[in-house]
Design a protein around this ligand. Sequence first.
Ligand code: FAD
Length: 468
Amino acid sequence: MEPSPIVQRLIQALGPELVLTDRVTLKDRRHDYWLLSQLEDLQGRGVPDPLCVVAPKDRADVVTTVNLCRESLTPVVPFGLGSGVVGGVRTGPGAVLLDMSAMARVLEIQVDNLTATFQAGVRGADAEAALAHCGLTLGHYPQSIDLSTVGGWVATRSSGQFSTAYGSIEDILLGLEAVLPDGSLLETRCVPRASTGPDLKALLTGSEGTLGVITAVTLSVRWRPETRDFNVFTAPGMEEGFETQRYILQSGWRPAVMRQYDEADAARLFPGLVNENLVLLLLVHEGPSAAVEAEKEACSALARELGCTPGDPAIGPRWMEERNHVPTFEEFLKEGIVLDTIEVAALWDRMGALYRSVMESWKTVPGILYRAAHSSHGYRSGLNLYFTFAAKPDRPGEMASLYENCWERAMEATLDVGGTISHHHGIGRVRKAKLERELGPGGIGLLRKMKQVLDPWGIMNPGVLIPD
Ligand SMILES: Cc1cc2nc3c(=O)[nH]c(=O)nc-3n(C[C@H](O)[C@H](O)[C@H](O)COP(=O)(O)OP(=O)(O)OC[C@H]3O[C@@H](n4cnc5c(N)ncnc54)[C@H](O)[C@@H]3O)c2cc1C
């Protein structure tokens, strides 16, 4: 079949080696990990292939692609490595997929300044390996570090497992370069901080491919920690655990990792290591030896004071070892089970209510098999909660509606107690309908105006983030 006019123009401008139309490549990159896209594939309805996949080498190729797509009003879907879980990547039959993982060069590491500049498509684990050669580390370790890109992290406002001490992506992002929908370039200056009007980096952070294509990022990196140690406790209930975490953080301690698992998640993730009906608290301390020792002791004393008891010390190293292992959805979907994780956040005074109301909201879901939560990112003023559900409807034809029902209940319960509907996975398609309630009419209006000003053609990742 003759390629469509836009594909012909792209081939002419970029060369055939950068414009891929083979079935395997197209099929491979049609969507991210979002459960509903995977379900559609399994049920034979499948997300359509894009027109082509463009694999740019540099920002000039991105500019050319964006310009040609704009001139022909062709949708452009930026793709990192497709590890998103909210439907941010889902191509239509008329879209061009821009595979940023083809731009995978480490551009510069400055040891004196502790900065590293990467093309946006560098895989997280490759960025970390390049830094390790110099004794450095990112300090940003999402569980998907092997499956995601540095540009994708910025585009989704990602948060890593060690964020309690090191911050999330916006805290280490020093500069970025992006191609805007009109083909112009945004290049922010690399400085530790600036007071030069609104932060333009923030405009692209969390924009999920709707406002432009991020082509390079500079991150603030750190020396690898001298030492690492663990603290494990059990608490009688979630509220006691929240109080312990709050006291530790508000006393000025900053464990790199602080996680709290409810009874169900503790039993599922650490079988045989936690007594039934107990909540588990896991802390990882890292840094200079003296600081680690002091922090471990102080957190231990605070936890005991607040009614926690020491847990099995094997849990710390075990979590470190297995922290990036996750089962794939496919095996559950084949069994007719829908499941997902939903990460939300709130201030400390709402944590108990947040936990209870989301859990309660799922109690009456028909076919519910599992509901649980753990926290993984702590702040002076609040905490995230990472809920997990699994449910099985009577008939396979009801899987999608049951999945949507679980999401709807969790989102409404979170909004009702004043929490945010996403801590770090983003909005994509799965949360889009709830964004207006979170941002309010003023906020959603501003977001729509920004989209209208930057992309009046509506070519950048249509259908994502911004409610229709
Ligand atoms: C097993 C697993 C564990 C995970 N753990 C974590 C975790 O610990 N923390 C966390 O934050 N997330 C986690 N995620 C979610 C996911 O990995 C992140 O959202 C990640 O940042 C996505 O990166 P990516 O490069 O794969 O982007 P993609 O999935 O390819 O794209 C995500 C979104 O960003 C846009 N985009 C991608 N690259 C660019 C670019 N260069 N310019 C403009 N837009 C772009 C896309 O259009 C899309 O809307 C996990 C996912 C999985 C599957």
